[in-house]
Design a binder for this molecule. Structure first.
Ligand SMILES: [Zn+2]
Length: 452
């Protein structure tokens, strides 16, 4: 029964024409449903002159108004606690979740029904099966099982596949390492940061993960699962293959996954989503191979219709044919490349945390790091990278080499590189927050400090 590498063989190998026809049909149904069920959305569509019978090609998608996180949030504030986005009465919901709120902003709140959860798990099945997870696998989920949606859907997908799922909530890192070893886990699921954290802990415990039965890691929650240096480090520490996935609370589940051929990017689940890539300024589509902002339309969720939602994620779309797996689903080369809001301008040079991480991870002696921005002498922006280099490693040389690599990659911008005492930098179980921006901003309202 294991023979096919695809979860949905018919859809994952459809021709582009068939796929487009399927998407148009689903889009028309979505518009029709929204028109009848969600007055707030229906008004937006009517104001833009969009009616279901006019949706006859993918070009018609572009007439549907874009939706931003700010609009979602405004609706929530005006009509608490969920806003006007729901397509079903709250009594029919079975579960509540919310965004993790890395920016400290009010979280986005979502509800789902039993049927939604069936679909949420189905999306994870595309990813798990596609990366080679099978019913015989023992899957350890290193995740807190809270109101953050995280790996909840993956957990149900494991049950749907017939795997043995080990829920790793409410445990210390040491307990997690011990359990996944004791129980003979063959698959481990976590954020990329936490996969490295568990590897450090295992070392301290004298456990050689490379000799464990773990064959696969399923990564999610941070873009780092597709940063080549980070992935390589995780794979060598664990002696296992690491597959990237990405999802959003706004969608309830994942929309992209890496297949077992590891083409350097993630396939888009195109029979359940339309993923557009637009110029963040002009909102015009950008061609294959160019960086732009992801805009997502989802067909699966029953409680919350998502039409042309601006994600603020940077991506580069390439044709599915670059991968040898036979899927026709297009690929985000390099996964999620970062967020539009992540970019820092330092003395005229753009700095992306992802690019800094990609360089830091070339130095496997570095355990943890932090990017610190501050104002020197009240006027000058400075950037430094704090690193932990435990053990006897020759830190001097590492600091020097890292500083040079960072400057070379940033038009000569000078980075301070400082060694932090082992164990003093923050550790993360969910989304890592490694950028500390303490620059003083001079404005009309006086000085304020930025925090990110
Ligand atoms: Zn593939």
């Amino acid at each position: 029964m294991d023979e096919t590498p695809y979860w949905n063989p018919r859809h994952e190998t459809m021709s582009r024409d068939q796929l487009n026809a399927l998407q148009v049909r689903k889009l028309r149904n979505l518009v029709e449903w929204v028109d009848g069920q969600v007055p707030w959305q229906a008004k937006r569509l009517r104001d833009a002159g969009v009616t279901p019978d006019q949706v006859t090609s993918l070009d018609d998608l572009r007439r549907i108004p874009l939706m931003t996180r700010e609009q979602w949030m405004e609706g929530q504030l005006e009509h608490p606690p969920y806003g006007p986005i729901l397509a079903a009465p709250t009594e029919t919901a079975i579960r509540y979740h919310m965004t993790s709120g890395t920016t400290g902003a009010t979280p986005i709140r979502v509800l789902d029904s039993m049927k939604d959860w069936e679909w949420i798990a189905e999306m994870w099945c595309y990813g798990l099966w596609g990366f080679g997870v099978r019913p015989r696998d023992v899957v350890f989920v290193a995740f807190g099982y809270s109101t953050f949606i995280g790996f909840w859907g993956l957990h149900y997908a494991c049950e749907k596949l017939g795997c043995l799922a080990l829920p790793g909530g409410a445990m210390t890192t040491e307990q997690r390492v011990k359990q996944l070893i004791d129980m003979g886990a063959t698959v481990v699921c976590s954020t990329p940061t936490y996969a490295l954290r568990m590897a450090q802990e295992a070392k301290a415990m004298g456990v050689d993960l490379a000799k464990s039965p773990v064959e696969r890691l399923i990564l999610s929650g941070e873009p780092a699962g597709s940063i080549p240096a980070t992935k390589k480090l995780i794979e060598s520490e664990w002696g296992a293959k690491a597959g990237d996935t990405a999802g959003m609370t706004e969608l309830g589940t994942i929309m992209i996954f890496e297949c077992d051929r590891q083409p350097g990017g993630t396939h888009i689940i195109e029979d359940h989503y339309i993923e557009e890539v637009l110029d963040p300024e002009s909102a015009e589509p950008v061609p294959y191979g160019e960086m732009g902002e992801r805009v997502v339309t989802s067909f699966g969720r029953g409680f919350i219709p998502v039409l042309r939602y601006r994600t603020r994620d940077f991506v580069v779309k390439v044709p599915g044919s670059i991968c040898t797996c036979g899927r026709t689903f297009d690929i985000y080369d390099g996964g999620i490349r970062g967020r539009v809001d992540d970019m820092k301008l330092v003395r005229g040079t753009n700095v992306y945390p992802r690019a800094v991480e990609a360089i830091v991870r070339e130095f496997p002696q570095i355990d943890e790091f932090q990017i610190h921005l501050f104002t020197a002498e009240g006027i000058r922006d400075e950037i430094e990278v704090l690193v932990e280099v435990p053990g006897d490693a020759s830190a001097e040389q590492i600091l020097r080499d890292l500083g040079k690599r960072l400057a070379d990659a940033h038009e000569g911008l000078r980075f301070g590189v400082e060694q932090a005492d082992t164990g003093t930098l923050p550790r993360f179980e969910l989304k890592a927050k490694r950028v500390l921006d303490e620059r003083i901003v001079i404005g009309t309202g006086g000085e304020r400090r930025q925090q990110a």
